[in-house]
Design a protein around this ligand. Structure first.
Ligand SMILES: [Zn+2]
Length: 468
């Protein structure tokens, strides 16, 4: 009883200070109930900028927009760090038509790095591969003069794990087909919806293999093509394909950075990452306007709970989609500046459901503290070892601490890299849950005096640390 009264007294005494600066818990709860900044960011960039293809003028407008938003909302040291990249653009022709044994147009878009057809297109027999492994098994030279079609069986999954299963159809099958002599490739879009939208995305061709035209068919069109194969009864199926994407050489892109400066800015900062660019056909609300919105809003919420010990740095990376150019450039430029821990948001705007770190065993106390703090938002603690997102190359290069805040991926690949990636798909309630979870996690990390990865003292800690 006495103890309770003492605690109540202490709480009462602390009340006036609490009214000025909410506790981290209160800041996170406020984010859950009423955050408007994350929405303002993603609504603003999708409305005022829209699609932001890497290395183009549109991405430059996105960069300027994001830098202005950070500055206006209270970030310090806002800067654009430019870098050069090899830039591919999609062109304005993308046509596919089955010419035999039936005649019908198919909806197609080029994959990033696709080669172009000659004007007027190519026409050839299509060879059907049910899986990428079937394609891998095709004899060398067997695709000479043919167009390869590669299918897959991707399904929605909460953890998005089917992307790893089906993704190689996009990432590497055009290169495999090209190396076996194919004239061109079309794939079933790596996606899970049934709208007539092809899902674009990057592909790669091995060293020494010339890029060939490589397109994605929308899922309904891919299924239609497969039915045609079934009904053709062995008669050759011919496709005419015309696309005019091209490489335009080196152009400028850039990373946007901003900081909530800590009370001890000499400590390694907490790095929050997302990416600014999107594919040309996608307004980029889910991918990744939402991610940039979530990390920026959360950093500001932490600041409201009082200046953190460590600096929080946001990295809004450029040119992620076409080959992690911004992530690599950032690591190259800053590799010798230690990062305390990295976290990325790049999986849409649906709720966070699991927390993973790569220090569950090396720093169990901190892992447990974060797990307990996010449980109230319906987030479980996972057993996977966090590997960080695409824009955290610097942390992986430093072999540093990483956290993954897993978002619900059940509808992510319905929208991914399609014109359907629009603002209306964002559920404001789930967006706010993201900001709340991030606020708790970032707030704990930014006020952690010890090494995040091991829990031990930070070797280069300046004197201010000892007094803490
Ligand atoms: Zn993304």
């Amino acid at each position: 009883m006495n103890r309770t009264l003492t605690m109540l007294a202490a709480m009462t005494l602390a009340a006036p200070a609490a009214a000025q600066a909410p506790s981290l818990e209160a800041a996170a709860r406020a984010a859950l109930e009423s955050d408007t900044r994350a929405w303002d960011f993603v609504e603003g960039i999708t409305t005022e900028v829209g699609p932001r293809q890497a290395g183009t003028e549109a991405e430059a407008r996105g960069r300027a927009w994001a830098a202005a938003w950070l500055g206006r909302n209270g970030f310090a040291n806002v800067a654009v760090e430019p870098f050069m990249m090899d830039t591919w653009v999609p062109g304005d022709v993308a046509r596919a038509r089955v010419t035999a044994p039936y005649g019908q147009d198919l909806t197609v878009l080029p994959l990033g790095n696709s080669g172009a057809t000659p004007a007027g297109g190519i026409e050839a027999e299509v060879v059907f591969f049910r899986t990428i492994d079937e394609l891998r098994g095709a004899p060398e030279g067997s695709l000479k003069g043919k167009i390869a079609y590669i299918s897959h069986q991707m399904r929605p999954a909460q953890d998005g794990s089917h992307y790893g299963f089906a993704g190689p159809v996009r990432w590497v099958s055009p290169g495999i087909a090209a190396s076996k002599g194919a004239l061109g490739v079309v794939i079933k879009s790596v996606g899970t919806d049934h709208h007539r939208n092809p899902h674009t995305g990057g592909t790669t061709f091995p060293q020494g293999v010339s890029p060939i035209p490589a397109g994605a068919l929308s899922l309904p069109d891919a299924e239609n093509l497969e039915r045609m194969f079934a009904r053709a009864g062995g008669r050759p199926l011919r496709l005419r394909l015309e696309m005019n994407p091209r490489q335009i050489g080196r152009t400028e892109s850039g990373n946007v950075v901003g900081e909530i400066v800590g009370t001890n800015p000499s400590l390694p900062p907490v790095l929050l990452a997302c990416h600014i660019d999107s594919w040309w056909n996608a307004p980029g609300a889910f991918d990744d306007g939402a991610g940039c919105a979530i990390i920026s809003a959360a950093a500001l919420r932490v600041k409201e709970a009082g200046q953190p010990l460590r600096t929080i740095r946001v990295l809004l990376a450029g040119a992620e989609e076409t080959g992690l150019w911004g992530s690599k450039a950032y690591s190259e430029a800053h590799l010798d500046e230690a990062i305390a821990v990295g976290i990325e948001s790049d999986f849409g705007a649906d709720r966070v459901w699991r927390f993973d770190s790569n220090f569950r065993e090396s720093n169990p106390a901190l892992h447990q503290r974060i797990a307990a703090a996010v449980a109230r938002f319906g987030v479980s603690s996972g057993n996977d070892i966090a590997s960080g997102g695409a824009d955290l190359n610097i942390v992986r290069d430093q072999k540093g601490a990483l956290i993954d805040l897993q978002q619900d991926g059940m509808r992510y690949f319905d929208l991914h890299h399609t014109p359907d990636d629009t603002l209306d798909k964002i559920d404001p309630v789930q967006l706010r849950q993201n900001v709340a979870v991030w606020t708790m996690v970032v707030g704990i990390l930014a006020n952690e005096a010890n090494s995040i990865l091991t829990g031990g003292p930070i070797p280069s800690a300046p004197p201010i640390m000892e007094s803490k």
